[in-house]
Design a protein around this ligand. Structure first.
Ligand code: QAP
Ligand code: CO
Length: 168
C-alpha cells in the first residue's frame, strides 16, 4: 500500500476529464487500495483518481462515523432523483483549509462497477449524495470552487498559491 500525492487547486491537471476504466484487474485494485489509504490518511470522506493525477473514472468514499465503510465506484453514472437541493459546507483534499456552502440535488441514483468489475446501482441521499456528486465533478475536471463566486474562488486561489510558495 502507498500514500499518493494529492494535487492542489489551481493545478491545471485537476481540469483533466477522466476516461472510463476498460478493465478491472488486480493492478487496478491495488491502485484503489492506495486511494483508500490516501483518503483515510488525509482524513477525507471522498477521493477521486483525478486528485492523484490518474485520469480514470474511479472514486472512493467513506462517510461512516467509524471510517470502516469504504465505497468504491468505477465508471459511476449519476442521475438526480429530485429538483430539491441540499446545502452542505463542502471541503476538498485538493483545496486544503477552505470550506464553502454548495447546493446540489439532495437525492441521486448511481450506477457503477464495484472493485470486482460487477455492476451495481444504489440511491443516495444526504452527505453521501453530496459527496458522490462532488467526486464525479472531479472526474469531469470540476471542483467545488467552480460552484461559488469568482471573487471567493480567486481569494482561495491566491491564499493557496501563497501557502505553496511558502512551502516551496
Ligand atoms: C468532499 O472532501 C466533500 O480542507 C470530500 O484540511 C466534503 O474529504 C463532500 C479535508 C464535504 C461533501 C462535504 C479537507 C480534510 C477533506 C480539508 C474531503 C482538510 C482536511 C475533504
Ligand atoms: Co474534492
Amino acid at each position: 500500500m502507498a500514500i499518493l500525492e494529492i494535487l492542489e487547486f489551481p493545478d491545471p491537471r485537476l481540469r483533466t476529464v477522466a476516461k472510463p476504466v476498460e478493465k478491472v484487474d488486480d493492478e487496478l485494485r491495488k491502485f484503489i487500495n492506495d486511494m483508500l489509504e490516501t483518503m483515510y490518511d488525509a482524513n477525507g470522506i471522498g477521493l477521486a483518481a483525478s486528485q492523484v493525477d490518474v485520469h480514470q473514472r474511479i472514486l472512493v468514499i467513506d462517510v461512516s462515523e467509524e471510517r470502516n465503510e469504504p465505497l468504491v465506484f468505477i465508471n459511476p453514472e449519476i442521475t438526480p432523483l429530485t429538483d430539491t437541493l441540499d446545502s452542505y459546507e463542502e471541503g476538498c483534499l485538493s483545496v486544503p483549509g477552505f470550506y464553502e456552502t454548495v447546493e446540489r440535488p439532495e437525492r441521486v441514483h448511481v450506477k457503477a462497477l464495484n472493485k470486482d468489475g460487477e455492476p451495481f446501482e444504489m440511491e443516495c441521499e444526504g452527505l453521501l449524495a453530496t459527496c458522490l456528486q462532488h467526486e464525479v465533478d472531479h472526474l469531469d475536471g470540476k471542483l467545488f470552487v467552480d460552484h461559488i463566486s469568482r471573487l471567493k474562488r480567486n481569494r482561495i486561489r491566491k491564499r493557496i498559491e501563497k501557502q505553496q510558495r511558502q512551502n516551496a
